[in-house]
Design a protein around this ligand. Sequence first.
Ligand SMILES: [Zn+2]
Length: 287
Amino acid sequence: MVMRRTITPAILLMTRDMGESDLLVNLFTRDSGIVVGIAKGAKKSMKRFVNTFDMANLITAKFYRPNGRELFIIEDASLIDSFPHLSNSLNLLSYGEFTLELISQFAPEGVPQKKLFDAVSSFLTTINVIGSTNERWNGSSTGTVEGLFWSHTLKFLEELGIAPLLEKCVRCGKEFNSNKIDNITNLSYNVSNNNTHKGELDLFVPSAGGMVCNGCLLSREGGVPFSRGTIMALIKAKDVPIERLAILKFTRDSLREIRKGLMAFIRYQAGRSMKSADFIERYLKSD
Ligand SMILES: [Zn+2]
C-alpha cells in the first residue's frame, strides 16, 4: 500500500534527541495542524536537513504516518525562512517563544490550520523585522511592540476557538460597547446606579471566560479590572485585519491590565503555567 505523503509549510516548535542519530520533531503545519514525528538520522545526516531544525524556523516538511503508528516519519525538510533577529531582544524572543508555546498547547492535531498558520508566521516576520532594526527599534517603543504582541495573541486565541468574551458580560449579556453603554447608563441612572462610578467594577474574570459586569459579580470573585479604554482597544484588535494591527495604540495602563488579564486567562485555559509567560510578566512588570 502506498502511504500518503503530505508536503506543507511548517513552523518548528521543538526538537528532542532520540537515541544516537534521530530527532523527535514537533511541527505546527499549515495543512495538518500539530505533527509530531521522527526525523531519522537528522543528527548525523546534516545534508538532508540542512539548518532546518532550529527553533521557530519556517520550513517545508514532507512526512507520512506509517500504518498503526502514532509518530509520523519526517522524510524531508527544507528551510523557507528563519527569524534570527528575535534574539536581538529578550522581549521579542519571549514573545516568539510564548507564541510557539501557545500553539503547542492549543493547536489541534491533524486538522488544517491555514488562517492560524498565516497569522503566526506573519507575527514572527513582523517581530523579526523589528528586531533587525534594533537599537531603538526604529521608533517603535516597548509599549508599541507589546501592543502588537497582545493584539496578535488575541487573534490566535480567536482562531483556536478560545478567545475570551470582551464585548459583553458573560453572564447577563450587557454590552460593553461604549455608545450602547452610555445609553443604558442614562436610561437606568435612577434605577440601578448603586456604584459610585459607572463601570468601575467591571472585571475581566479568567475563570468565567471574559468580562463580568459589576451587577453579575459573585461575592469575592477574583478578576482584573478592565477600564473602558482597555475593553475598547481589545474589541478593536479583534476587528482590525492582522496586517493593520500595527496602527492600534495602547496606553501603558491598558497594557498592564491586558497583560495581567490575558496571561491569567491563558494559564487558566492551559491548566498550567507557561515558561515564557512567567518571563514576560516578570520582565515587563519592572517596566
Ligand atoms: Zn452582567
